[in-house]
Design a protein around this ligand. Structure first.
Ligand code: MG
Length: 256
């Protein structure tokens, strides 16, 4: 693995256009996720919206992944394949979308609670958004990848939820997965330096239970081992001279 491929100002603007289409798509999906709607229907909605905006769904066909989005309800942590099962009241649904526009890939996710949520589930979803906010704040020149992981890990501990040590964020740009890896655990000051022009997908994945995972026989779906619910919040963020710039804004706690 070589060093991260830094992006210049024009490239970051191009990625922001990709990210704007992605953010708009996530808004659409969050509004559409309701009792009785299937994740296959959400997948169709996303694919049509991304294509209408001139982009391509980045996940579709990636290592033969069959969906345009990852849809991961309840104890499914990430990489859920969209399907016909209708959403039920209280489902905790992670929606993860990748967009390619003019050759630039962006990646973002949010978790919605369908209908009436359980108190502990609403807390879990909020905890991931707070962890993401803290992770974004750590994406500044002079920092390190370890700062980002420490921000997520620290927030998860303070909110009393578990963080999966093996599920990580990544660099993003011309490809969906670039250097560096961005773990959700770490120590301040450790790891690669954060330089202006580095673009990463930061993505806290948290659980109410034990942070251990198993891969389903479909080769994609990542479940919690203990059946506890999980949540996922992700943005694509650029490190700039002016600090972090979120390229997939969707209005979390600080309107990122
Ligand atoms: Mg990602």
């Amino acid at each position: 693995m070589g060093p991260p491929r830094l992006k210049d100002a024009a490239e970051i603007e191009a990625m922001a256009a990709s990210g704007a289409l992605l953010a708009d798509t996530l808004d659409l999906l969050a509004d559409a996720a309701a009792v009785g709607v299937s994740t296959a229907e959400l997948d169709d909605l996303a694919r049509e919206h991304v294509r209408a905006g001139g982009g391509q769904p980045a996940f579709l066909g990636y290592r033969a992944f069959p969906g345009s989005i990852c849809a991961s309800p309840n104890d499914l942590v990430v990489h859920g394949i969209p399907g016909p099962r209708p959403l039920a009241d209280g489902d905790v649904l992670s929606l993860d979308v990748g967009v390619t526009l003019d050759g630039w890939v962006t990646d973002a996710a949010r978790t919605v609670v369908v209908g009436e949520g359980r108190t502990e589930d609403l807390h879990l979803v909020a905890a991931a958004e707070h962890a993401l906010r803290d992770a974004i704040a750590a994406c500044r020149p002079g920092g390190t990848i370890g700062d980002v992981g420490a921000a997520v890990q620290g927030r998860a501990a303070r909110e009393g939820v578990g963080v999966f040590p093996t599920l990580i964020g990544h660099g993003v740009g011309r490809s969906l997965h670039e250097e560096p890896q961005v773990p959700n655990v770490g120590r301040p000051g450790d790891g690669p330096a954060l330089r202006p022009g580095l673009v990463v997908a930061v993505e806290p994945m948290l659980t109410l239970g034990r942070p251990a995972i198993r891969l389903a026989p479909d080769g994609w779906s990542v479940f919690t081992v203990d059946g506890a619910r999980a949540t996922h919040a992700e943005v694509t963020v650029a490190v700039t001279d002016d600090g972090p710039r979120v390229l997939t804004p969707w209005g979390g706690p600080d309107r990122w």
